[in-house]
Design a binder for this molecule. Structure first.
Ligand code: SAJ
Length: 454
């Protein structure tokens, strides 16, 4: 018998999940995407069997083409297909605002629309990351109030988070265990039926709040670990040593895995989930341990400070050579928040540019960004080019902000000839200090002291 599935939100999570489900025998998937001026093109691309994302995304192009051609996957902006859906997956964005409060406008709107159409026996699965407590307190309430149906008897509600990462969208869905947080045994069985068709690893059933907490704590753990690496980078710079050498020495012990420092922490998960955790804690608990919640906000602040540190490193070079940050060309190498993707969400590069522009707004500075993958529609703060030579020609300082693979093969002799002033600020441990300095560059790296070690 056919299983009808609706996936709401055609983003980095919704698209690969929808396409994988549509590839299952007897599964028919409708993707729903709001037709805004920024996203309308995506609907048409997908319906033409094309992957809307640039960057290396193994398997996704062929998968989308196959399921669209087979008539198993289509995308629309209306909710009619919800009425026949056995499963409804919510994959809308849940960003946090400047006050670190989640913006649930889309989640609430989508929940209302689902409630208007949902049939008895259907299972709603929240895949969007939410603050702990949100599925029970917000989504369930809206679904029940607006539909008149009861969770657990008339419909099922599950929180099951994604762990996708740009560059590995398919692999991270199929090859990672899946936590399924339904409100009851039946809901978890429904979830296991669906995910069991695409996930090759264990399906771990638990309650809804535990699943929500697992998602937020997993990413807060990574963010705190990166903050520790960033703090050790700052410390090693002052010790005039190289933190990357030290991390290698530590990680040589097989049971240690220290993270890496850098020009900042971007993306959609680590910049947001720790705040969601604290928001849920403040909203849905008695908060008897409130004063103990220090590591998470402090880590976020330190990670957000790293773009400022990139600029400090640059300013130190100018100060040491008695030059003004004026009448210069600054080139940013890498716009996406991580290597070899086109994803610009919360990229540290944007923060670096914003800080520079605010600090030097009356100075005569030309900014150019280079990225092999990012498209102009996703980045507008400065000029953007995918032509490396054009980006670096006559530059006075090169800020390496993303560790795209292409940067590891740069011909330093050629680069030296092209630039106006040979200064490299390395935010991603791309270069070896001695090699670059031997080629005549002034070099500063996040995590390595500037002086020659004695
Ligand atoms: N970063 C560092 N140092 C590190 C690792 C990362 O500075 O040692 C920076 C990256 O440059 C980037 C940011 O952190 O700007 C985030 O990097 P990430 O590798 O964590 O990438 P994400 O944000 O795509 O994280 C995903 C997460 N996925 C989801 O939550 C959906 C996360 O759960 C995974 O742990 C992570 O990928 C992973 O381990 O691959």
């Amino acid at each position: 018998m056919a299983t009808n599935i609706v996936v709401i939100g055609m983003g980095y999570v919704g698209i690969p999940m929808a396409a994988l489900l549509a590839d299952v025998d007897d599964f028919y998937v409708t993707g729903i995407q709001r037709r805004s001026h920024r996203s309308a093109w995506k609907i048409d691309w997908l319906n033409n069997g094309k992957n809307p994302y640039e960057g290396e995304e193994p398997g996704l192009d062929e998968l989308i083409e196959r399921v669209v051609k087979a008539g198993k996957f289509k995308v629309t902006d209306n909710y009619d297909d919800v009425s026949a859906a056995d499963f409804i997956l919510i994959d809308v964005q849940t960003p946090v605002d400047d006050e670190k409060v989640p913006r649930y406008a889309s989640l609430k709107e989508v929940s209302k629309k689902i409630a208007k159409h949902i049939k008895k026996g259907a299972t709603v699965i929240v895949e969007s990351t939410v603050a702990p407590g949100t599925t029970d307190n917000i989504v369930q309430s809206i679904l029940e109030e607006e539909s008149g149906l009861q969770r657990g008897s008339d419909f099922y509600l599950v929180f099951s988070f994604e762990r996708v990462m740009p560059g590995k969208l398919i692999e991270y869905i199929t090859d990672f265990p899946r936590v399924i947080g339904g409100g009851c045994e039946e809901a978890n069985e429904k979830g296991k039926f669906l995910y069991g068709k695409v996930v090759k690893k264990e399906l771990q059933g638990t309650d809804t709040l535990t699943a929500e907490l697992t998602k937020c704590i997993e990413n807060a753990y990574r963010d705190v670990n990166i903050a520790f690496a960033n703090e050790m980078a700052l410390l090693c710079e002052d010790f005039n040593r190289n933190v990357f050498e030290i991390i290698t020495l530590i990680n040589h012990r097989h049971d240690r895995m220290m993270h890496y420092p850098g020009s900042g922490v971007g993306g959609h998960c680590l910049t947001k989930d720790p705040w969601l955790l604290l928001y849920g804690f403040n909203k849905y608990t008695e908060r008897i341990n409130e004063s103990k919640m220090k590591i998470i906000p402090d880590s976020r602040k330190l990670n957000d400070y790293m773009p400022y540190h990139m600029i400090e490193l640059m300013e130190n070079v100018f100060r040491d050579s008695h030059q003004l940050v004026d009448n210069i060309k600054i080139t940013l190498l890498g716009v996406s928040y991580k290597a070899n993707t086109d994803d610009t969400r919360n990229t540290p590069t944007e923060n670096i540019v914003k800080i520079l522009k605010a600090r030097y707004h009356s100075h005569n500075i030309v900014y150019v960004a280079h990225d092999p993958y990012v498209k102009k529609r996703d980045y507008s703060l400065t000029d953007l080019t995918s032509d490396f030579n054009e980006a670096v020609d006559k530059a006075d300082v090169l800020l390496f902000t993303t560790n795209h693979s292409v940067y590891y093969d740069i011909d330093l002799d050629d680069l030296k000839k092209r630039v106006n002033t040979p200064i490299i600020i390395d935010g991603r441990n791309i270069f070896d200090k001695k090699t670059v300095e031997d080629k005549g560059f002034t070099y500063r790296k996040v995590g390595e002291g500037a002086k020659k070690p004695v």
